[in-house]
Design a protein around this ligand. Structure first.
Ligand code: PAF
Length: 284
């Protein structure tokens, strides 16, 4: 595995790989790699002959009061995990290399970026969309794999790639979960052992909703309220949002339509740590 820090060098290598007819897959991360990221690599390797991983803690997607400065950056450990997973190139630029002096362009992904995660974290999706488009331009992949845990991010990225005519296939990868259902996340390491136990309530809320939908209930707003009440039974859990949404627009929906899928999305603070999760439901 080759480690590259310079965007121009990465771009040159990607161009060369393309000339050699290599099918390139990219997995973009902010590091602090866990099983979920390694599953993204596995999926990329199943489709692509060459896999590039990017590690970049992107400052433009963090709000001023968020965890940019304390975000874990175990680079040596990440590089070892990436190598063992079969990554061919690890692109790890500095913030100055991605946003040099005079940098000005930010992408506005439109209304979807203002809902839920976008409402709670103003500017977040503009930062994500901007860095993703830049990293696509640098790594020149045919395929990019993103986790469905960040379901709204994935929808935003699909929108941006379609709207800007970027020739890349976007593949969503299923959420990786611990044995008790907690979605893997780089932020799980912030949780104390008591908070870690309480954090399973996100998955328990999903299960509750699943049981109600399977029982044929259609009033999604009431089901969401019941799921939120369950979350609140944990002493350190504070829901930021918990709602059913239309998959494509992330507009809230209150009533299930038979034959149409919907997604339950939630963000919950457990102590000081903000966790997100989601589940796609078919309504029969
Ligand atoms: O999902 C993430 O880790 C980040 O939002 C991404 C896509 C790497 C952009 O910084």
């Amino acid at each position: 595995m080759q480690i590259i820090n310079d965007p121009a060098e990465m771009q040159k290598i990607a161009e060369k790989l393309r000339l050699q007819h290599q099918y390139i897959g990219v997995v973009m991360t902010m590091g602090a790699l866990h099983e979920g990221h390694l599953n993204l690599v596995k999926l990329a390797k199943a489709h692509a002959g060459t896999v590039i991983m990017t590690i970049f803690v992107n400052p433009t997607q963090f709000g001023p009061d968020e965890d940019f400065h304390r975000y874990p950056r175990p680079f040596e450990q990440d590089a070892a995990l990436a190598r063992a997973a079969g990554v061919d190139y690890l692109f790890a630029p500095s913030a100055e290399a991605i946003y040099p002096e005079g940098y000005a362009t930010m992408i506005d992904p439109g209304p979807i970026a203002t809902r839920f995660e976008g409402a709670s974290r103003p500017g977040h999706f503009s930062g994500v969309a901007t860095v993703v488009v830049k990293l696509l331009g640098i790594t020149r992949p045919h395929l990019a794999v993103f986790g469905e845990k960040d379901a709204q991010q994935l929808t935003v990225i699909r929108r941006v790639v379609a709207d800007l005519n970027i020739a890349v296939t976007i593949l969503g990868a299923p959420v990786t979960r611990e044995s008790d259902g907690l979605a893997t996340s780089s932020r799980n390491i912030y949780l104390s052992s008591d908070e870690r136990q309480q954090a399973t309530v996100l998955y328990r809320a999903i299960q509750l909703a699943g049981r109600e939908i399977t029982a044929g209930r259609r009033e999604l707003d009431t089901i969401a309220a019941e799921a939120e009440a369950l979350v609140r039974t944990e002493p350190d859990a504070e829901p930021d949002y918990l709602s059913f949404v239309d998959e494509a627009t992330f507009e809230p929906i209150t009533q299930a339509t038979p034959g149409k899928a919907c997604r339950l999305v939630m963000a919950v603070r457990i102590g000081k740590t903000r966790l997100i999760d989601n589940w796609r439901f078919e309504c029969t």
